[in-house]
Design a protein around this ligand. Structure first.
Ligand SMILES: NC(=O)c1ccc[n+]([C@@H]2O[C@H](COP(=O)([O-])OP(=O)(O)OC[C@H]3O[C@@H](n4cnc5c(N)ncnc54)[C@H](OP(=O)(O)O)[C@@H]3O)[C@@H](O)[C@H]2O)c1
Length: 282
């Protein structure tokens, strides 16, 4: 099938093709970016500890979302490594000593590929803001490079923390969203059965900035409750996506780790409602 899929394949056409041959494996969410969402039964949670040989690499494991992913994975008994340009985390908590911290830049050289050794699954939390070309590079090119290297090394599963469409903001932050979608498309091609794309809106929780902790939950948590009630408005074109409810960083981390290690977690796009639903499962 990969010969049929060339680099300009869109998400919609891929899922239409995949859906026709593999209906029943993709998680249906309320994302509007797939032409025909495929409704299926959700997988049952497998609550067994992972095999001791499972090793998770978190790309951007010292960032806001990445550090929560590392912590969640350690709690689940995984062997955990992180790769980022600055390497070690500034987090002074005991769990951080149990992460293998690698330093490397996905956009430069190839020595960072050593971090892929023995890795069975990856969660990528690499992304960022800046000029349009920088945003494309960091959200798109850096992740595409990682996805290709991971596929070549035989990594089994790859989870990408992407982002929900945000209506009019898509035009203002064009490099950010173009980069996200380009990385998603590469993931579909290289990991047709081992990919999961998380598309949260605003993620809240305690974000560390230098030595300070910003409690983003003060805004995010009440907003999440309000916007959960405003679901019908989210269908309104352009403005609707701005009403995507925020989601707690611990929920994103929980779903990311499960998607990375649970072999029956269906491949596909998981939108904010999917993230909330999966995170509430035991
Ligand atoms: N926070 C939100 O509200 C939100 C909402 C929706 C989606 N997301 C997405 O979720 C992901 C994580 O967001 P976040 O808020 O946790 O961001 P963050 O705190 O800025 O973390 C980004 C991580 O990527 C690493 N990184 C950046 N460029 C790299 C490169 N070239 N090579 C290796 N590592 C690199 C950074 O570490 P170094 O700087 O040390 O390299 C950092 O660990 C991003 O993709 C973001 O777009 C976030």
């Amino acid at each position: 099938m990969s010969r049929l899929i060339h680099s300009r394949l869109t998400l919609s056409s891929f899922y239409n093709r995949l859906g026709s041959t593999w209906r029943g494996r993709c998680l249906s969410t309320e994302s509007s970016n797939i032409d025909e969402p495929i409704k299926v039964e959700e997988a049952e949670t497998v609550n067994e500890p992972p095999p001791p040989s499972d090793k998770l690499l978190v790309l951007g494991g010292n960032g806001f979302v990445g550090s929560h992913v590392c912590k969640e994975a350690l709690n689940r008994g995984l062997s955990v490594a992180s790769l980022s340009r600055s390497g070690n985390s500034s987090i002074q908590e005991p769990w951080a000593n149990n992460v293998q911290w690698h330093q490397g830049d996905l956009l430069s050289g190839s020595s960072w590929k050593e971090a892929l050794s023995g890795v069975t699954s990856i969660v990528s939390c690499v992304g960022g803001f800046g000029s349009n070309s920088y945003m494309y590079k960091i959200n798109g090119t850096a992740n595409i490079t990682a996805i290709r290297a991971a596929a070549e090394k035989g990594v089994k599963r790859f989870v990408y923390v992407s982002a929900a469409d945000s209506g009019v903001m898509n035009y203002i932050l064009q490099g950010y969203y173009d980069g996200k979608r380009a990385a998603e498309t590469e993931l579909l091609v290289r990991f047709p059965y081992g990919h999961v794309i998380l598309r949260p809106g605003f993620i809240y929780g305690n974000r560390r900035v230098g030595n300070m902790e910003l409690p983003l939950g003060v805004i995010g948590s009440p907003l999440e409750m309000v916007l959960q009630q405003a679901k019908p408005l989210s269908q309104v074109p352009l403005v609707g996506p701005l009403l995507t409810p925020p989601v707690n960083v611990t929920a994103v981390a929980k779903v990311a780790v499960r998607a990375a290690i649970d072999p029956v977690f269906p491949p596909g796009i998981v939108d904010v409602n999917g993230i909330l639903r999966y995170s509430q499962q035991k």
